[in-house]
Design a binder for this molecule. Structure first.
Ligand SMILES: *Cc1c(COP(=O)(O)O)cnc(C)c1O
Length: 356
């Protein structure tokens, strides 16, 4: 079994969608990466092939017991036409943390980073250039062994697919409304909340439907035990500025450790504005609102980077934050982080990697 990367190029390239109509996750590039795992050979046969459907046995274990993990990161086009990845080694490290939790064999991170760069180089003309657009990268692993027993599979496939995505804020960065969820739970300590694994997301749809029915765009998740402490918003981490203090929930074993979260904590530290990583209760939030000290709130994640929060709906009450305007800190973090990611600003942290 070979561990040399092979590349088979498409003879039938697709036409590219217009850059102002990309949306999110609807279009896919011309190629994809695949490698296989079995017990005898480990991870093997890394290859870049034309994007196409894959064959799965109906008994493939991933379809029955959700033994699957994924990642999400982006490649950005700079003004002078180069392609930058943002902290990809962090995503591969986290993929292996998710693997450990879901009993999937670890991938060779260094090799995979090289394969990822090769895939993007192969599809380099799929990295869009319009303001706010990027190439979303979706690595994922599925258990392919055809067997209905309830235990880890013996065979897997690792794939990477690429999707050009539109600007998250076509009309400029703007705050969203958040529904505070008191019935459904996203994750509990000891569960799978710290892993990017499919089941976490399908289990969240019900609460998202409630949020939408209440006219809000995302869910704020409380802890699963006491329904008292704030965990995340949608699939983003969450930050607050209360009376000058910047606070985010500590990684307590049920919160997904975001790379945007980590980067923001590092930037704020660098700016002399330390972030308190601690427990924050919904009562503390409501109290701060009443005392007029809840200055800003925002979500953080790869898709939106920073998503300012303009309103919380809780118990039939409304809390309007900063008159539903994007706060100064949110704006500065958004401009700085997207500036670094797209090469508009200098990258003092060495976070970006150029694909050649
Ligand atoms: C992916 C994800 C995040 C954000 O992580 P980033 O690395 O910043 O994109 C936060 N919460 C959940 C539940 C996620 O799945």
């Amino acid at each position: 079994m070979s561990n040399m990367l092979t590349i088979v190029k498409t003879t039938n390239p697709k036409s590219k969608p217009p850059q102002n109509q990309l949306g999110f996750g609807k279009h896919f590039s011309d190629h994809m990466f695949i490698m296989d795992f079995d017990l005898e050979n480990g991870w093997h046969s890394p290859r870049i092939v034309p994007y196409a459907p894959i064959q799965l046995d109906p008994a493939a274990m991933t379809l029955h017991y959700s033994q699957t993990v994924f990642e999400g990161l982006k490649a950005y086009r700079t003004e002078d036409g180069r392609i930058l990845l943002f902290r990809p080694e962090q995503n591969l490290e986290r993929l292996n943390q998710s693997n450990t939790r879901i009993s999937i064999p670890p991938i060779p991170e260094k090799d995979v980073l090289e394969y990822l760069k090769q895939l993007i180089a192969t599809d380099h003309d799929w990295v869009p250039a319009a303001e706010g657009t990027s190439l979303y990268i979706r690595p994922f692993i599925i258990a392919t062994e055809p067997n209905l027993r309830v235990s880890p599979a013996n065979t897997y496939k690792f794939l990477i697919i690429l999707s050009p995505v539109g600007s998250y804020y076509p009309e400029g960065i703007h705050p969203v409304g958040i529904h505070i969820e008191e019935e459904y739970t996203r994750a509990v300590r000891g569960g799978t909340g710290t892993a990017k694994t499919g089941g976490n997301y399908s289990a969240s749809y019900k609460a998202q439907e409630k949020a939408s029915a209440h006219g809000q765009s995302q869910v704020l998740w409380l802890d699963g035990v006491e329904k008292k402490y704030i965990e995340e918003v949608g699939s983003m981490n969450v930050f607050f500025k209360i009376n000058g203090e910047i606070v985010t929930p500590a990684l307590n074993g049920s919160i997904l450790p975001g790379i945007t979260r980590k980067s923001i904590i590092e930037m704020l530290h660098d700016w002399g504005m330390p972030v308190a990583e601690r427990r924050i209760s919904i009562d503390e939030l409501c109290q701060a609102y009443k005392e007029n000290t809840l200055e800003e709130a925002f979500g953080t994640g790869t898709a939106a980077v920073i998503s300012p929060i303009g309103e919380f709906a809780y118990n039939g009450e409304q809390m309007i934050i900063n008159e539903r305007k994007t706060g100064g800190l949110s704006k500065k973090l958004y401009d700085t982080l997207t500036g670094i990611q797209t090469g508009k600003l200098n990258d003092p942290y060495g976070w970006t990697i150029e694909v050649k």
